[in-house]
Design a protein around this ligand. Sequence first.
Ligand code: FAD
Length: 299
Amino acid sequence: MHLSDVYADRFGLSFEMFPPKTPAGDEALRGELARLAEYDPAFVSCTYGAGGSTRDRTLDWCRELKTDFDQNVTAHFTCVGSAQGDMAEWLDAAKRSGVSNIMALRGDLPQDENAGGPDGAPWEPPPGGFRYANELVAFVRERFPEFGVGVAGYPEKHPECVDPQTDLANLKRKVDAGAHAVFTQLFFDNDHFLRFRDACEDLGIDVPIVPGVMPVTDFARIKRITAMCGSSFPEEFASALEAVKDDKEGQFEVGVDWAVNQCRGLLEEGVPGMHFYVLNKAAATEQILDGMNLAPVPA
Ligand code: FAD
């Protein structure tokens, strides 16, 4: 299903997974996906390692999601470090693998000291490559018009950007280039999302803005993730997790409760759908969906 149809007449639930690194991880993920499929998602998306580290694995998983799980598939794709010929080749393979939509991303810039030019000069794309995701969106829309295109939005601003207004203007470039929906970075305070949504509307961004929801089940891991992506952590949530820091089950319960409340609030605000960062584990997402009464409808 094309992204422009996903939110047209129903609540668009989607799940994001990443390609595991081992055969055992693949096998475990199959079991988790079978459970999540019960919730009849509008699509399942598979991430792509910036710089191409999962170039083949992402395609393998997209094919499997389509063929064995009968899912509508969104493939993430990052342009950082790639030349246009390579991008076209991969996108063509994605089309042949049954992918319906592309999550068009720049990807994080390489961190190693040789990533830029000599003497620490800023990062430069390869000849014929792209500097920003809006160029990738335009490329996909022009060369592969059959794909729906999703893009990333940042309720608390992208960490590289100087201020929220500039970041929003850059998001608008992606929508003006033809993106069909915006998927947000994770956030734990709905006020960030609601302010972001209002600001998007003020700028004339008129595609669905879909909140990204990250179930927290491991305090140490989420601290690492938020430090990288720049999302803030509410004091109240941090202290509730701190109080159970040596208790895995306790962390799971606190994380699920927080997400259920967050999601109920988002539903009341009329969001068009929710994109769950399931991190390849079904249990927390299942409990959140059950807590929101979005449990599967019995056949
Ligand atoms: P861009 O939109 O290009 O923005 C990057 C920075 O440049 C921002 O600060 C922006 O304000 C600025 N900018 C943008 N356009 C311009 C312009 N024309 N002129 C000047 N400045 C500009 N990463 C992965 O590696 N793999 C994944 O599968 C993946 N999936 C993701 C899914 C979602 C829903 C989200 C929210 C993020 C995902 N990411 C993924 C992370 C993403 O790649 C990083 O956040 C990355 O640093 C930025 O990517 P972008 O597409 O938002 O870049």
